[in-house]
Design a protein around this ligand. Structure first.
Ligand code: 5AD
Ligand code: SF4
Length: 489
């Protein structure tokens, strides 16, 4: 490294001191300083190589991770990297990992093997891993031991420190591993690179306190922490000024919003405040927890013209007996009556859900209850998962794991019922005209664009790139299962 740059880098506060910083604003300025130092390093490297430096982020998992990746890309671009989705071209590769189910972990290890080959040809290349999987101690041990070529490893609590971690790596030339167990700090307002100019996720809270017995999220994302309502509103106002029409409020369990804040504020209050933001056209949120979905939230939704007609309402199982073992705090009947209560106030609403098949101890009767809920709740679509044993969760120790062939058979039967029910339901809008936010060019057919109705169903219709980001009226000509073919009106 250029000695001038090294001297500059050395002037930065010692790392230990930074870790003790508690004020978000203080931490923010520290990180901005690191971004500046990394900029100089990247500039130097660019000059030496005589070409731009490319960064590639691969995101696994949920909307939370997608939003985190936008923040990480914001920092990388600020440092001077150019975005690429071609890993083979990248000088910096970052995997933002998920660990909700085991197969996501296996995919990461598989791909790391390929990265090793790329790095051999390009020694200056940096490889970084972050996200939920890195919060598991066994994973980190394995990377330290068997994947020494990985340069930087960090978790879910310190993504805002990316520039600092890069700095540590380039100045110490050692593998940098920085995993926290939890944090009281919420650092926002660093540069963010949005994937879509017209829509954005907005974190309203982090973590989860529910401890469903199958789920690793509370262990890897920590306890619930809500952001201040005024911070959230300010962020959305800025987004709207920057062209955003739709926001997705993100939290593992959005109905718990407000717990632990000094002001007495609920999710319903927050929605009402966001609803007032001028210029904002659509509000979505995920994920609500069924038994915390209060009448106050239903009331705000029914009065609002911006809150979308779609709720993702994970049921997980239709069997009250199994729900209890899952530590879900509702019965089958309570869940279905909530769906009815919402439909009574919002007749056009669409519901989607998550379902787990093969939870330990699931009997044929339990499974039939799940099929019954799918039929009665009339979902528009459902994400179906085979139970995956996650070490450290209570369910991993439950006896009576269901044999693989039984699970596969139930999974296939569930898919059949989901297809039948969801297709029939989605079809109910055929012939109607719907307001659609155009999201992009159609992946499959030239001359076509794809947009989303308020109830989250996709519509494909004739159009060009000039429509992207606008709200248009589209006639829903034909339902093709989970999506529509339409015509601009
Ligand atoms: N096995 C299978 N599916 C799981 N989910 C969470 N944990 C597990 C697990 N151990 C599913 C739930 C949740 C969704 C995000 O992932 O359905 O709602
Ligand atoms: Fe996991 Fe349950 Fe929290 Fe959802 S609510 S993140 S399923 S523990």
């Amino acid at each position: 490294m250029n000695t001038e740059i090294k001297k500059e880098l050395d002037k930065i506060k010692p790392v230990q001191k930074i870790k003790e910083a508690v004020e978000s604003s203080e931490e923010l300025s520290v990180q901005i300083e690191y971004i500046g130092k990394c900029q100089e390093y990247i500039m130097d490297l660019k000059n030496r190589l005589g070409r731009p430096l490319y960064a590639c982020i691969n995101t696994f998992g949920c909307q939370m991770n997608a939003r985190d990746s936008e923040k990480l890309l914001g920092i990388l671009k600020e440092i001077g990297f150019v975005e690429t989705d071609d890993e083979t071209k990248a000088d910096f590769v970052l995997y933002n990992t998920c660990t909700v189910r085991e197969n996501a972990n296996l995919r990461v290890y598989g791909r790391l093997g390929q990265l090793r080959g790329l790095k051999r040809k390009k020694p200056h290349m940096l490889i970084a891993l972050c996200g939920c999987m890195m919060q598991e101690p066994e994973v980190v041990e394995k990377i330290k031991k068997s994947y020494r070529f990985v340069d930087i490893v960090f978790g879910t609590f310190n993504i805002y420190e990316l520039a600092q971690l890069i700095y540590e790596r380039i100045t110490t030339n050692k593998q940098v591993v920085d995993i926290r167990q939890d944090t009281n700090e919420i650092v926002e307002n660093l540069p963010v690179e949005r994937k879509f100019p017209f829509k954005s996720g907005v974190n309203i809270m982090y973590g989860c306190d529910k401890f469903c017995t199958y789920c690793i999220v509370p262990y890897v994302r920590g306890r619930e922490k809500s952001r201040e309502p005024k911070e959230i509103v300010r962020e959305i106002e800025h987004l709207v000024a920057d062209g955003v029409k739709e926001v997705m409020l993100l939290g593992q369990n959005v109905n718990s919003y407000g717990k632990g804040l000094d002001d007495d504020v609920t999710f319903a209050n927050l929605l009402a405040e966001i609803d007032k933001i001028e210029g904002l056209e659509r509000i979505r949120f995920m994920t609500p927890y069924p038994s915390d979905f209060g009448d106050d939230v239903i009331e705000v939704c029914s009065k609002s013209t911006k809150i979308c007609n779609h709720f993702h309402m994970p049921v997980q199982s239709g069997s009250t007996r199994l729900l209890k073992k899952m530590n879900r705090r509702y019965t089958k009947e309570e869940y279905l009556s909530l769906i009815d209560r919402i439909r009574a106030k919002l007749p056009n609403v669409s519901f989607t859900t998550d379902i787990i098949v093969g939870f330990p101890g699931e009997t044929e009767e339990d499974f039939l209850e799940t099929l019954d809920v799918v039929r009665k709740a009339n979902y528009d679509s459902a994400y179906t998962f085979i139970y995956s044993k996650r070490t450290g969760t209570p369910a991993a120790k439950f006896e009576e794991q269901v044999p693989e062939d039984v699970v596969k058979d139930r999974f296939n039967r569930l898919l059949e019922v989901v297809d039948e029910v969801c297709h029939k339901n989605s079809k109910r809008f055929e012939g109607q005209t719907a307001r659609v936010l155009v999201e992009g060019l159609d992946d499959h057919e030239e001359g076509m664009v794809t947009g989303r109705m308020t109830n989250n169903i996709l519509v494909h219709f004739k159009g060009d790139a000039s429509l992207i980001g606008s709200l248009v009226d589209v006639k829903l000509v034909e339902c093709k299962g989970f999506y529509y073919m339409g015509e601009l009106v």
